[in-house]
Design a protein around this ligand. Sequence first.
Ligand SMILES: [Ca+2]
Length: 317
Amino acid sequence: MHKVIFDTDPGVDDAMALLFLHRHPDIDLIGITSVFGNASIETTTRNALFLKQAWGIAAPVARGLGETFNPSRPHVDWPTGIHGHDGLGNIDVPKGIDLPLDPRPAHQFIIDTVRTNPGEVTLVAVGRMTNLARAVRNDPDIALLVKEVVIMGGAFDVPGNITPAAEANIHGDPEAADVVMTAPWPVTVIGLDVTSQTVMTRAMLADIAERGGTAARLLADISRFYITFYEQHVDDGMVVHDSCACAYVVAPEHFETRSGAIRVLCGGIADGQTIQKPDGRLFPPNAWDGLPSQRACIGIDAEAVLKLIGDTLAKVR
Ligand SMILES: [Ca+2]
């Protein structure tokens, strides 16, 4: 079993990833931590509670940070054209959800949970890296106690999606992402190189909704608005960015990775760009030297991953 803390900014594709984690038999979802990104921290936290309630998820929700690691960064508007004004595809999520939050801030929840489960916790982070960066800065020793960090973010050998250089999760908090990539915990980065190839068609989603009960039907309702947005990028359906990171946890054999230190550019026209120095390549002294080797995903068996996601989402339990 993989003990997973899911750090998320729900978010339409976050919702799908959450249902995947909830329904996969090899995953023990032990915590959900919210972060800002697809919407404000108030909205993403409310959405995490809404999905926990709608899907009967046992894991506690801890509220995360609502501003960037470097607080002087200017605010960027929420992507309401992609995720809707409510962050979940304009399905009229109730204003307040009558469920308690974990009393701790997300980064403290992460620290405490990692320390009580040394060597066992996988952190799956599919929003900005703010909470993870704060956790490892406040308690650097947890880097040696985490089993694995799997993040959705970045773009290595392909263009970004919010600028030609940068992917949105990383661009939303580059300083935090650089802290996460350079800490001595094992990080695997599932970026646009592989997620942009992983497109769930309308027919696949309809099939999941038909087989997967009321939970899957809610997911299909949430996804409708996002699919309309994606009409300008793909022929049919939606790119399932965040679910790819979750699929990696249980089926890494469907992914090809490349090892090497990873840095994130902070500032300038390529703000938020992720750059890896592949292991074995020699350069004069540079800013990647001496940093831990992390894994960047550069290949995916998209068909196998989509089948895994679809079969898992359709599991009624
Ligand atoms: Ca997300």
